[in-house]
Write a new protein. Structure first.
Length: 316
């Protein structure tokens, strides 16, 4: 369906919703800022749209493959709006000029001139921070955790007693789940865990340097036993990455996201985390995430539409 609607509010100025399919190009605008002070300006000459706004609030397909808008202008021509753009085919990297002329609905309250013009958002000014915690809904499947800061697995070769002790202790403590907040009680580590830890202490006494940090620190042990960690560590960057891994894995499991061979959701987590942890409304967050995913080389295809993605984000 080819249609366009121009909106006006005194605090945001002009915004444009647009849905167009012309030849092999499909373009959708969702509340894209139009930096003009009135309809007179829009009728005089093409008005260039903000690049950051197009990045987050537009969706482009070129020949049924993801595309990208590099530049775009709009202009009123009678009761139509003319959109001109430079498009890039994400698969081939080729760029081309493209334009479309659509019927447009212009609001009756739109000023002819001297209206509010929204400023272009700067990337550094975008608010990606979020102090809130996101909890996994009860009906969501459990997802694998993100890798540790060191990125190394706990499996060890012969002679790795320290790592073996840590793994055994972790397995023992995790069998019964996390400790109850109201009680300091927890299940004691089993014999295998204690034996591994005793071997680790024996190895330490036989010649390891006092400054070696390969063993389990008291702070880590305290955290494993349910105490000793500072509250402010709960919102660490590692937690944001883990949330992103979990959410992206849900998309993969539900066949809403397909990755190129050799890639996993962990390759996307660092870039997706700021969007998922932002305080943006679910509709805007869905648009930002879908556009960002479609621009990644590791993404083969995004099958979930923005409305379904918005619904999933609201549950998340």
């Amino acid at each position: 369906m080819n249609q366009a609607t121009l909106h006006w509010t005194s605090d945001k100025g002009f915004t444009l919703d647009l849905d167009s399919t012309e030849e092999d190009v499909t373009v959708r605008f969702m509340a894209v800022t139009v930096p003009a002070d009135g309809t007179d300006r829009l009728r005089e000459e093409p008005v260039a749209l903000y690049s950051m706004d197009m990045l987050f609030n537009t969706h482009v397909d070129v020949g049924h493959a993801p595309g990208q808008l590099h530049t775009a202008t709009v202009m009123l021509d009678g009761d139509h709006i003319v959109l001109g753009a430079d498009l890039e085919d994400a698969e081939t990297g080729q760029q081309r000029s493209w334009s479309v002329r659509l019927p447009v609905v212009v609001p009756a309250n739109a000023p002819a001139s001297c209206g509010f013009v929204a400023e272009e958002p700067a990337e550094d000014d975008l608010d990606w921070e979020d102090d809130g915690d996101f909890e996994m809904p009860a009906d969501m499947p459990a997802m694998p955790s993100a890798p540790s800061a060191g990125g190394a697995a706990t499996a060890t070769a012969a002679g790795g007693g320290g790592d073996a002790g840590m793994e055994a202790l972790l397995r023992s403590l995790m069998k019964s789940g996390p400790p109850e907040p109201a009680s300091g009680d927890f299940d004691e580590p089993d014999d295998a865990a204690l034996a591994a830890l005793e071997q680790e202490e024996h190895d330490d006494d036989d010649g390891e340097d006092a400054g070696d940090d390969s063993g389990i620190s008291s702070a880590l042990l305290a955290a494993l036993l349910g105490g000793g960690a500072d509250d402010e560590e709960d919102d660490s960057p590692g937690d944001d990455i883990e949330h992103a891994v979990n959410f992206l894995q849900i998309l993969v499991n539900r066949e809403g996201l397909a990755l190129e061979p050799g890639f996993t959701v962990k390759d996307l987590a660092a870039g997706a985390a700021p969007i998922l942890m932002s305080q943006a409304p679910a509709e805007r967050m869905a648009s930002q995430l879908s556009n960002w995913l479609l621009s990644q080389d590791s993404v083969e295809e995004l099958y979930i539409d923005d409305e379904s993605l918005e619904s999933l984000l609201e549950q998340w």
